[in-house]
Design a protein around this ligand. Sequence first.
Ligand SMILES: [Fe+2]
Length: 236
Amino acid sequence: MIVLGLNAFHADSSAALVRDGKLIAAAEEERFRRIKHWAGFPSQAIAYCLSEAGIKLSDIDHIGFNQDSRANLMRKITYFITKRPNINLVLRRLRNRRSRAGIPELLEQTFPGETIRAAIHPVEHHFAHLSSAFHVCPFDQAAVVSVDGFGDFSSAAWGVAAGNDISPYGRVYFPHSLGIFYQAITQYLGFPIPRLSPLWRRIQGHGACALRPPLISRHHAENCALGPRRRVRAQS
Ligand SMILES: [Fe+2]
């Protein structure tokens, strides 16, 4: 069975191809377009995955992509009715949803003359994260955890995975989010692209570092109040 997984119309658009449970190829679209964090349709990443596997579009059995607009629908409707979010934000979400609905047409445009035989599956955001880790790992069962900003109205999900199943035990729903907290801290430190700063990601990997004292002293000096942004230099 051949499965193509897509992260489309979301930051760091990408494609991955799995054959019989083994990862054959995976690529981010930014590597081909040379545009960091590119967030459209990953046409070149898909072409790369197909050529690495030596197959055509018609050989794919299933295509999964990274959002299911029906997930947590009642929570979304309740939020919309009670909080009345900004209309531009709602329109942006609807445009994004329409873009994902057009994935079959985009595939046909990208690979003219080829036919799509695959079933296309919208996958709830955190299930997509959990599946991308578990279904290609060497274990038969595992505890699985996904934590990020937001996807399909939740920011984290955890549970147990075994065989083909992932059973969720719990979730964190909008507006609570460890990822957004992380973004706020990044923004507070003054990075121009909050959340996505590679420097800040590098700092996470190294634990305590030279940037920590300025953060603490500033935190104390301003008595926990958010002050003007300041750019912090990296020490390489
Ligand atoms: Fe995510």
